[in-house]
Design a protein around this ligand. Structure first.
Ligand SMILES: [Fe+2]
Ligand SMILES: [Fe+2]
Length: 266
C-alpha cells in the first residue's frame, strides 16, 4: 500500500528483520505439502514486508494530518495507532513465516517517498492521501483478506488473520469517515479530487494486479495456508472497486465513476 504522488519512486533497499519478535509469536501451523512450502513462505514473507511498509505510510499520514489539522486533532492519534497496528501485522506475518520453518527477514526496496502534494492546498493534499490509503488500498485489503479468512479452516492461522482483518476494517472505516467529515462543499475541489482519483485508481489497479498473478492456481486445501486463486482475487478486486469504492465516493459527491473510466497509471 502506498499513496500516489509525483515523488512516487523506489529507492535502493533495506533489510526488514523481525526474527526475534516473530519467533516469540510463533503459532501452530500445519506443515504444508512439499509443493506448497515455498509458495506459502513467499506469500507470508511478502505480506510481512507489505505490512512493514504500511507502517511508514501511516506515520507519514499522521504527520501530514498533524500539520494540516493540528496535533490535537483526534485523527492524528488514530492514524499513529494504525502505524503501530501495521508494525504488529508485520510481526504476525513474520510469525507465520517462522512457524512454517522460514526466517522473518527480507530485503525490500526503500518505501517510496510519501507524497505531500505540494501542488495542492494542504487540506486537499491530505484528502488525496486519505482517499488513496483508506478509501482505496485499505478497502481492497478488507475485501481480499476477508475472503481469504472465510475460506480458511478454523485454527490459529485463521485467528491471526482475523486479528489483522479486524484492524484493516478499522483503517478503512476511519479514512472513509474522516474524508466525509473533512470534504468541503466545494464543487471545484471535488472535480480536482476526481482528476486525482483517475491516477490513484489507475495506480491501484496496476499495484493490485501485480500482487495477484493470474497463474496463481493451487490444489484443493491450499487455503489452509492462505494461498488464494489469483483469478478469484482479481475478480473480487474489481467487484470491490465497482461495487463498494466507486459508489461510496460518488455518495460524497466525488466523480469517481468518471475517474475509473478514465483511470491511468502514473
Ligand atoms: Fe495491515
Ligand atoms: Fe492496514
Amino acid at each position: 500500500m502506498h499513496p500516489v504522488g509525483p515523488a512516487d519512486a523506489a529507492g535502493d533497499g533495506m533489510i526488514v528483520d523481525l526474527r526475534e519478535q516473530a519467533r516469540a509469536a510463533r503459532i501452530a501451523v500445519p506443515s504444508p505439502p512439499t509443493a506448497l512450502q515455498r509458495p506459502a513462505l513467499g506469500t507470508w514473507t511478502g505480506r510481512m514486508c507489505n505490512e512493514y511498509r504500511s507502517a511508514s505510510v501511516f506515520e507519514a499520514l499522521a504527520t501530514q494530518l498533524a500539520d494540516t489539522l493540528g496535533e490535537d486533532h483526534e485523527a492524528v492519534t488514530t492514524v499513529r495507532d494504525f502505524a503501530d497496528e501495521e508494525r504488529k501485522h508485520g510481526v504476525l506475518c513474520g510469525a507465520v513465516v517462522e512457524s512454517l520453518g522460514g526466517q522473518a527477514r527480507a530485503e525490500i526496496a526503500d518505501p517510496p517517498p510519501f507524497p505531500l502534494h505540494a501542488d495542492a492546498h494542504p487540506l486537499e493534499g491530505a484528502l488525496r492521501n486519505l482517499l488513496s490509503v483508506s478509501c482505496l488500498s485499505e478497502t481492497v485489503a478488507v475485501s481480499l483478506i476477508g475472503a481469504e479468512r472465510e475460506d480458511m479452516p478454523d485454527g490459529p492461522l485463521k485467528d491471526l488473520l482475523t486479528e489483522i482483518w479486524a484492524d484493516e476494517c478499522g483503517h478503512a472505516h476511519a479514512g472513509w469517515k474522516l474524508v466525509a467529515e473533512l470534504l468541503p462543499d466545494d464543487d471545484a475541489l471535488k472535480q480536482r479530487l476526481g482528476e486525482y482519483l483517475a491516477v490513484a485508481l489507475g495506480h491501484l489497479e496496476v499495484h493490485e494486479l501485480a500482487h495477484l498473478p493470474e497463474d496463481a492456481v493451487w490444489p484443493e486445501g491450499a487455503n489452509t495456508w492462505g494461498l488464494c486463486s489469483g483469478l478469484d482475487a482479481r475478480a473480487l478486486f474489481y467487484e470491490t472497486v465497482e461495487g463498494v469504492i466507486l459508489p461510496g465516493l460518488e455518495r460524497m459527491g466525488l466523480p469517481a465513476n468518471r475517474a475509473w473510466a478514465e483511470r491511468r497509471a502514473p
